[in-house]
Structures are given as structure tokens and as C-alpha cells.
Design a protein around this ligand. Sequence first.
Ligand SMILES: CC(C)(COP(=O)(O)OP(=O)(O)OC[C@H]1O[C@@H](n2cnc3c(N)ncnc32)[C@H](O)[C@@H]1OP(=O)(O)O)[C@@H](O)C(=O)NCCC(=O)NCCS
Length: 218
Amino acid sequence: MNSVSVRQTRPEDIPALIALQADVYPDIPPWSQRRLREQLEVFPQGQMVAETKDGLVGCASSLIVLWDDWAESHNWKEITSSGTFDNHNPQGKTLYGAEVFVDPRLQGKGVGHLLYEGRRSLCRALNLKRIIACGRLPGYNKYADEMSAESYAQKVVWGDLIDPVLSFQIKEGFSYFGVIENYIPEDTESRGNASLIVWLNPDYDPSKPTIIPEKTAP
Ligand SMILES: CC(C)(COP(=O)(O)OP(=O)(O)OC[C@H]1O[C@@H](n2cnc3c(N)ncnc32)[C@H](O)[C@@H]1OP(=O)(O)O)[C@@H](O)C(=O)NCCC(=O)NCCS
């Protein structure tokens, strides 16, 4: 694989990003141009792509939230305002991971790791307390007749089962805090379930303010 770099998404990336997302999720309609433009306008620093000299190979998109507003209950549609990121709140201390994907031909080669590094760097640079995300559980479908999603996720955390997403996130240093049902009801592979995961920023300094990102164009 050619060398991969991670950078902020630019408006001109949008068509390639939509094509890549359609490759990753053939059964789910990709984001619209408008939606991606909205995300970039709301929080440009939170939108990242991975690229090689041949083009885009991955994407990670995030927003900042006031976690207390969502901790008790939320699903993907609610916390991302249907993907518009209108709930982005620079007063929050939590970077919320809304999406991450890698070109299916290049999965397992370290691209996801670079995108997660990009997210951690952003979290540190903005002096945010943590990254929270709800990860799909695409391996659950195979076990759904045998066990609950909670038992499945626990077995993944214990290392007895491998999930393509949760195993990656554990490897990336995230801690698991339970299953959220009906997080993305259309996600049949996960049967709508997602795992709530968190990474605490070891450099977070509560005596200093969060660096509120300016809405500059990428
Ligand atoms: C999940 C995803 C983003 C991971 O990206 P990736 O580029 O494949 O992951 P990486 O190659 O960077 O892996 C990083 C680490 O996680 C581990 N890992 C990755 N996939 C794994 C799997 N399926 N099982 C076990 N470990 C895995 C790798 O071994 C690696 O650890 P190492 O550095 O010690 O070898 C990618 O597979 C993907 O796009 N999946 C489909 C879209 C999706 O479901 N996204 C999640 C939305 S919540």
C-alpha cells in the first residue's frame, strides 16, 4: 500500500467520499453532498480523511457534544441531528465519533489506526476530556440466536470472540461501557446494536479552557 496521510476534509473531497462510503456500506444509502457540506461547515476540524497518492482511502467524522445531555439515552440519529451535526456544541468537553470507515480493499492495514490517531490528536489539541463513540457490532448477527448483544460484546472484550469493529476499537485503547439498542435500527449486521466506548485524554487539563475551534474553512 502507498503511504497514507490523514488531513482535514475539504469540500472538493465530497464526491470521492460518497463513492467510498457506498463501497463500504453497499446496503446503506451514503451521505448526501449536502449533508457532508453541512458537517464541514459546522465543525471542519472534526472531519478527516485518509489518502494515498491514488486518492481517498478512509474517513473519520466527529462533533463536540455536552455529554451529560446524551449519557442517559441516545441513538445515532439524535446525537448527530440526522447527520447534519447541528448538535455540535463547542462548549462541550467530549469529542463524539460519528463515523469511521476504510476502503474495504485496505482494511486491516493500519488506515483505521491513523484515523484514530488523528482523532486523538484533535482531542489533545483542543484540550477535550475524552472521545466517546458508539461502535457498530457487525459480527453480532452470526451469534444473535445464541446470545444477547451484551453477552456478545463482553466476549469480544474478554478476547473470546472477534468483532470487526469492537476488536479494533479495544486495540485502539478504548474502554467498553455496554450496549445501546436501536442505535442504528437499519444496521442489520449489528441488529441495531452498538457498543458505547470511551477514550480518556491523558493530557486533558481541567485548569485550562477548551480550545474552541474557529469555524474556518478547511
Ligand atoms: C473498523 C475499521 C474502521 C478499522 O479500520 P482498519 O484500517 O481496518 O483497522 P487497522 O488496520 O488500522 O487496525 C488497527 C488495529 O486494530 C486491529 N484490528 C483491525 N480490524 C480487526 C479485526 N477485524 N479483528 C481484530 N482486530 C482488528 C488490527 O489488528 C490493528 O492492530 P495491530 O496494529 O496491533 O495490528 C474498518 O475495518 C472499517 O472501515 N470497517 C467497516 C466500516 C465500519 O463498520 N466502521 C465502523 C463504524 S462504527
